[in-house]
Design a protein around this ligand. Structure first.
Ligand code: PRP
Ligand code: URA
Length: 209
């Protein structure tokens, strides 16, 4: 079974409280989502491979650790996942970015795929799928299905807020995919929204409704 990590760092909790607030407008919402993504990226990349290199300081030669260069891809689930990309690229500037477009049908709550464009070497990359919300889990499961069909092997999922139902669904469908969360919330409501959640992430990011 995959590992679930709740990144409950004080800065993440503080910024999530601001993000959840219904009085936070799109400009601040966007900035906060980006900031939380940067903070979470720090934790999600905790176990990336290092190699020993020799460098010379102004004082002497020494051995240090640097990233071993295993290639990373960030894959936002459109639309709302886009809000997390820049925050991650700040820490991992060499990462490539793939896009999977899915929207959740409002009646069936099932994901509908409409776009997919991935780096050609996706099968070799460590992939971090990003989406602010993991609700029923349908979108994340669908995006991971798409990635695996195209050869992806090493996949993690990073979400700001999740429901217990969504986490369980992803673990059942993809037991090899570790999950990183800013907060595990209480439940889903009868419309498939996370409680307490933050409302509709895409609409709040892009000012649509
Ligand atoms: C939201 C969110 C997730 C999905 C989560 O996207 O960003 O992708 O819902 O719900 P699920 O776990 O029940 O699938 P939405 O479908 O509203 O599309 P958008 O990002 O284009 O607004
Ligand atoms: N999608 C969202 O944007 N918010 C939710 O609470 C559930 C699905």
């Amino acid at each position: 079974m995959s590992k679930v990590t709740e990144i409950n760092h004080p800065l993440v909790q503080h910024k999530l409280a601001l993000i959840r607030d219904k009085n936070t407008g799109s400009k601040d919402f966007r900035e906060l989502v980006e900031e939380v993504a940067t903070l979470m990226a720090y934790e999600v990349t905790r176990d990336v491979q290092l190699e020993t290199v020799e460098i010379e300081t102004p004082i002497c030669k020494t051995k240090c650790k640097m990233l071993a260069g295993k290639k990373i891809a960030i894959v936002p689930i459109l639309r709302a996942g886009l809000g997390m990309v820049d925050g991650m690229i700040k820490l991992i500037p060499a990462a490539k970015v793939g896009h999977v477009g899915l929207y959740r049908d409002e009646v069936t709550l099932k994901p509908v795929e409409y776009f997919c464009k991935l780096p050609s070497d996706i099968n070799e990359r460590d992939i971090i799928v990003v989406d602010p919300m993991l609700a029923t889990g349908g979108s994340a499961i669908g995006a991971i299905d798409v990635l695996k069909k195209r050869g992806a092997k090493y996949i993690r999922l990073m979400c700001l807020i999740a429901s217990p139902e969504g986490v369980k669904a992803v673990q059942t469908a993809h037991p090899d995919v570790d999950i990183y969360l800013g907060s595990l919330d209480e439940k889903l409501n009868e419309h498939g929204y996370i409680v307490p959640g933050l409302g509709d992430a895409g609409d709040r990011l892009f000012g649509t409704k």
